[in-house]
Design a protein around this ligand. Sequence first.
Ligand code: CO
Length: 224
Amino acid sequence: MKLLGNLFENNRLWAESIKKIHPDFFRKLSEQQAPEYLWIGCSDSRVPANEIVGLMPGEIFVHRNVANVVVHTDMNCLSVLQYAIDVLKVKHIMVVGHYGCGGVRAAMRNQALGLIDNWLRNIKDIYRQHRDKIDAIQDEEQRVNLLCELNVVEQVNNVCHTTIVQDAWARGQSLAVHGWIYSIRNGGLKDLNVCITRPEQLDDIYRIESELQGEEVSRADQQD
Ligand code: CO
């Protein structure tokens, strides 16, 4: 007997249902993908990218990890980002958190969970920065939810601090980075209105001058 036969049966029915409506769907899709969006979201099984925004296969490039964290030394996330921007030329990147995130909740506690504690350390740093505001809230769920939002804002900035995004802007490529949050309770998506489209919106210490500008600066230094 085939293991997990129900999943293969689901797959057969799913593929058939799409082919019934669009007979050429899979053949066309196999030739190329040209998604306009990169979704960076949480691995949580309740937050599936395509379904939430009603997009078909081929329309959204996806990277997910625990608590939708963008770490500037994470080769996996950086490789997704680079491929999406430089090769696929996506126009929008959305960092999508969700309320009640277990990763964010764990980061606010001290219980040892194993290797993942090192990953969640990144969220502890955000908690520390906003501790007064978060701890002033009585209700634990609301404290978690505020940190879920603050985490999204931080990760939007982290995306924009990469050389990958800043190089894209420097060569005139149109790219907007959005911060959204999803409610598992009602299925609704909320825009946190932290969209970044140009380096001038970043704290100046994170702005990277283009190579041409850098050469001008070093030449000016030599003349002094
Ligand atoms: Co989560």
